[in-house]
Write a protein that binds this ligand. Sequence first.
Ligand SMILES: C=C1C[C@]23C[C@@]1(O)CC[C@H]2[C@@]12CCC[C@@](C)(C(=O)O1)[C@H]2[C@@H]3C(=O)O
Ligand SMILES: O=C(O)CCC(=O)C(=O)O
Ligand SMILES: [Fe+2]
Length: 344
Amino acid sequence: MDTLSEAYKGIPLNLGDIIPLDFSSPPPTLPDSHAWFQPSDDDCSFDDPASSMPIIDFLDPKATELIGLACEKWGAFQLKNHGIPLDVIQGTEEEVKRLFSLPTEQKLKALRSPGGASGYGRARISPFFPKSMWHEGFTIIGSSARDVKKIWPDDYARFCDRMENYEKEMKVLAERLTEMLFDMLKIPEEKRKWVVTSDISEVLQLNFFPSCPEPDRAMGLAPHTDTSILTIVQSPSTGLQLFKEGKGWINVHPHPNSLIVHLGDLLHIISNGRFCSPLHRVTLNETRKRYSIAYFYTPPVDYVLSPSLSGDNSPVALFRDVTVKEYHEIRAQKFGNSLSLVRI
Ligand SMILES: C=C1C[C@]23C[C@@]1(O)CC[C@H]2[C@@]12CCC[C@@](C)(C(=O)O1)[C@H]2[C@@H]3C(=O)O
Ligand SMILES: O=C(O)CCC(=O)C(=O)O
Ligand SMILES: [Fe+2]
């Protein structure tokens, strides 16, 4: 199943917006194409323990209540005791490192096509920014076999099995969280049948952020919200920042053995703005490489997102009805403006 790709077919990218910089022989100084800030720029970020995203224990009897509060206030939280076996997490991490440490010409064999959605390349949002990100990505939609066979024709099975297994585990967790949030939003039965079908549009995004000669002037992943119901991110290292109105960019310090959960724009619409999709970005480090694995949980592409007006949600619809496919198309064309384009 590759139906998400259909949303992108009509809006092809230029090869220049897909091919990453060759990070296997990076320039000793930051090229102008990747310089987002001047040395004198004051791009403030915060390390304030009083305003950091909550860490929630999934085994806590109050977990549901705490998750609800975190989603209203932050649109994000860290989750410990999430139930994903450590060997599954470590095995996936190992494959991600193996993939990104390949020579560039190997990775380019699986380059995303201009009208395609899966494979190796820059972040999809790249064309919306005047500068390039210090980042390589690999997007998996459905099976990774077609792309990975181009890289490792005789040795692709272990990578594919581990990714598939990881996605299975993530799906179970995403379903539990979504059911929990849909209960809070009082989403009726007929609007949530998709949660237990196999027909969802899940995406696994593998991210690599090489060490950078001038990290304060460059950008790992530019500020964005996610196109998902929720995104579950695994990364043991710092670098992720969340934007909080009135405060600025707040550093996220990953708690050991925890996963980070962000809400996406699709849930922002369904919750009629009660749960927010946080703006986030990724910063860099001069000596340390960073990897992350993001699982995007999304309804089938023909699902109609309509704001829920019951419970504590605003009784007046703030967004028009829109299908998942249409929202992806709006994002691919307009990016940052997308939520306001479906606002009534
Ligand atoms: C489901 C998806 C979310 C994503 C676009 C995509 O179709 C597949 C890639 C995803 C990703 C990963 C890196 C950051 C991001 C903003 C991007 O450029 O590609 C997200 C997209 C998104 O959330 O819109
Ligand atoms: O690397 C991270 O921590 C976040 C990645 C991310 O935001 C994404 O893939 O959408
Ligand atoms: Fe993201």
